[in-house]
Design a protein around this ligand. Structure first.
Ligand code: SF4
Length: 331
């Protein structure tokens, strides 16, 4: 078996808070192969974005990567200093965040941003960098790319700014793109076009994609494998079709039932009751027990392990070892 492009083992990230250490990411392990698209899903506050920040060496104080190992292209990146990150972050691992306004400097033109994205990593002329920038804008579906190069961020719509950011992230030819809610702020038709273009760009380059989202509609469109996070832990991992057809964790089943497309016409959307517990006080047993319709005594006392449900499918739930309970109600 070839080594994965990215391997994360037992990652633990903590934040020092007035209420004590908050373990935002607690023992997360996964791998991504070259060219693969993996979605990391879950509600706000479940640890998705902190996991992404750790992959890029971007956990800032008061946060610390307390334990674990991150290996990218065969290199241990867990303890790299800022200098060692330079040839990796932005070049080999691209990143795009949800809020395009804060990622673009208002006083610099689109062209200046894109030319720098090329020249920061490669010795090429400004003319060559501009040529590549035009190609990248066209690839992301931006009309009149030459005119856009001269514009400033405030002259673009939110959708165009997000396309510019994606073009910028793709320009250095990363082996992995980490995209944190890249289409959340966009309306549905723009979102579909941006996802299509991202998929095309990815296929043409053999680039892997780690897509962080709370939107299962986006996941179904683009991902091959899904990782579900809850309260700092991975609670389910499965190929996308299997996760949608046979979710093994009640939290995943709740997320699927809460999709707008899952509600019959005219009926209210289902919602998972309650909220994620605070990271300073994870419960002793299953972290989802207070919200789980299938919880019983064992769940409140004993933390479940991540167990294999089927090849390539694992879930952190006592129902994996006690499937007969699945038909039962609350205890
Ligand atoms: Fe629900 Fe128990 Fe499974 Fe946790 S372990 S998700 S409480 S059934």
């Amino acid at each position: 078996m070839t080594s994965p492009l990215l391997e994360v083992r037992d990652l633990r990230v903590e934040f020092d808070t007035a209420a004590g250490p908050a373990r935002a990411v607690d023992g997360v392990s996964f791998a991504i192969a070259a060219g693969e698209t993996v979605a990391l899903v879950g509600e706000s506050g479940c640890g998705k974005s902190v996991t992404a920040a750790a992959l890029l060496g971007l956990v800032d104080p008061p946060g610390t990567v307390r334990a674990g190992r991150i290996t990218f292209e065969g290199r241990d990146c867990t303890t790299l200093d800022e200098r060692a990150w330079t040839p990796i972050r932005g070049r080999r691992i691209g990143l795009v965040f949800q809020e395009p306004s804060s990622a673009l400097t208002p006083v610099r033109s689109v062209g200046a941003h894109l030319v720098e994205a090329v020249r920061a990593h490669e010795r090429v002329s400004v003319a060559e960098a501009e040529r590549r920038a035009l190609d990248a804008l066209a690839m992301m579906g931006i009309d009149e790319p030459a005119m856009r190069l001269r514009q400033y961020p405030h002259e673009l719509s939110g959708g165009l700014r997000q396309r510019v950011l994606l073009a910028m992230a793709l320009l250095p030819g990363p082996a992995l793109l980490v995209a944190d809610e890249p289409t959340t702020a966009l309306d549905v038709t723009v979102q579909a076009d941006v996802l299509d273009r991202l998929r095309e760009a990815q296929a043409g380059r053999g680039m892997a994609l780690l897509l962080i989202t709370h939107d299962l509609g986006v996941v179904a469109t683009i991902a091959r494998r899904v990782l579900v996070m809850y309260a700092g832990q991975l609670v389910e991992a499965a190929p996308v079709e299997r996760l949608f057809a046979e979710p093994a964790h009640p939290y995943t089943a709740g997320l699927l039932a809460a999709r707008p497309s899952a509600a019959p016409a005219g009926e209210r959307l289902a919602a998972i009751p309650g909220t994620v517990p605070p990271a300073t006080a994870w419960p002793t047993g299953c972290r989802f027990a207070a919200r789980c319709p299938l919880a019983w005594e064992r769940c409140r006392q004993e933390a479940p392990a991540l167990l294999e449900v089927a090849p390539g499918h694992a879930a952190r739930c006592h129902l994996v070892s006690e499937p007969a309970r699945r038909g039962g109600g609350p205890a």
